[in-house]
Write a protein that binds this ligand. Structure first.
Ligand SMILES: Cc1cc2nc3c(=O)[nH]c(=O)nc-3n(C[C@H](O)[C@H](O)[C@H](O)COP(=O)(O)OP(=O)(O)OC[C@H]3O[C@@H](n4cnc5c(N)ncnc54)[C@H](O)[C@@H]3O)c2cc1C
Length: 297
């Protein structure tokens, strides 16, 4: 049987696994953490067709269970490098080296940082409201960012925390439905400005927000950073691979410009970064990578 590797066990990687396994090829999925990726950490998902509302972990678990029922064996390893070699692709992980006929990269993105929070990560600074929100029950917190992630994180925290300051350095750009729901909350305050400092003795106690030449100090116990993300591609060392601002460029078959190398989900240059598109990409990558691998001698 032909061997393909999937790097990343989020919804893109799991969808790729489901399609590749059904095409009867050997699939090795490398995931550094548990299966489910970012979705497993999310609160309610309300735009995945067939589920009007579902918890992120439940949706992720459903997909993982389906892939496992088809025979998926997860390899809990972090991929350190992916290179092209004579007989296919070489993957080096923190546990060893492997060769495959075809590879699907589905590693998503990593959170961007503000650059001033390093001393407080895990001491009041978080990148995931669903994971850590409960630690700030009835306390004052700030969410930093102006996009979809920031508004969703703030809305989630508004039901748990006493006050949520949403600190945005530009107009809010998230889904209008989420913005409207957020602004209707009595305990949410929209603050325009840039977070210039995070402080506190051993844990976060305040942030400074700079706007219009003045600095305002907000007393908070937690800071949730939601200022965008960067594609997780630093391990990809394939010469000549087309990339766009760090995202892997794919065609409508999820294929890169390198034969046998596919990519799916948030790590690609696709215009919409959502679960439903990641699953669609994964389906194409799984199917076409499997067909390609069968042509390799
Ligand atoms: C706050 C927030 C709310 C969102 N809400 C919604 C929503 O309501 N609806 C919606 O449709 N979308 C939503 N999204 C977007 C959605 O979560 C993503 O589009 C989706 O998770 C992308 O899936 P993926 O499989 O491409 O990547 P990911 O879910 O990021 O999975 C990538 C996986 O690859 C693994 N990985 C990375 N590097 C390596 C490596 N070197 N070795 C091994 N494993 C590696 C990671 O550990 C991870 O498990 C939201 C996103 C955020 C941030």
């Amino acid at each position: 049987m032909k061997n393909i590797a999937i790097i990343g066990g989020g919804v893109a990687g799991l969808s790729a696994a489901i399609y590749a396994l059904r095409a009867n090829v050997n699939v090795t999925l490398f995931e550094q953490f548990g299966l489910g990726g970012l979705v497993a950490t999310l609160d309610k998902i309300e735009n995945y067709p067939s589920y009007p509302s579902i918890e992120g972990w439940e949706l992720a678990q459903n997909m993982a269970t389906q892939a496992k029922q088809l025979g998926l064996k997860q390899t809990r390893q972090k991929v350190l490098s992916l290179t092209k070699c004579d007989n296919g692709f070489c993957i080096t992980t923190d546990k060893g080296q492997h060769t495959f006929d075809a590879v699907i990269v589905a590693t998503g993105t990593t959170h961007n940082k503000l650059g001033i929070e390093n001393d407080y990560i895990g001491k009041g600074v978080s990148y995931c409201a669903t994971c850590d929100g409960n630690f700030y029950r009835n306390l004052d917190v700030a969410v930093v960012g102006s996009g979809n992630s920031a508004t969703k994180e703030a809305l989630y925290l508004a039901d748990i925390c006493k006050t949520v300051y949403l600190v945005a350095n530009s107009e809010l750009t998230g889904e209008q439905k989420v913005i409207d729901a957020l602004l209707a909350k009595d305990n949410v305050q929209l603050v325009y400005g840039t977070v210039s400092a995070i402080g506190g003795e051993s844990e976060v106690q305040y942030i400074d927000v700079f706007a219009d030449g003045a600095t305002t100090c907000l007393s908070v116990s937690g800071v949730f950073v939601a200022v965008g993300s960067t594609p997780a591609t630093d391990f990809v060392k394939v010469e000549g691979l087309n990339m766009q601002r760090g995202y892997i460029v794919v065609d409508d078959r999820a294929q890169t410009n390198i034969k046998g190398l596919y990519a799916a989900g948030d790590v690609t240059n696709g215009p919409l970064k959502q679960i439903v598109t990641a699953c669609g990409d994964g389906a194409k990558a799984g199917l076409f990578a499997a067909s390609y691998s069968k042509t390799v001698k």
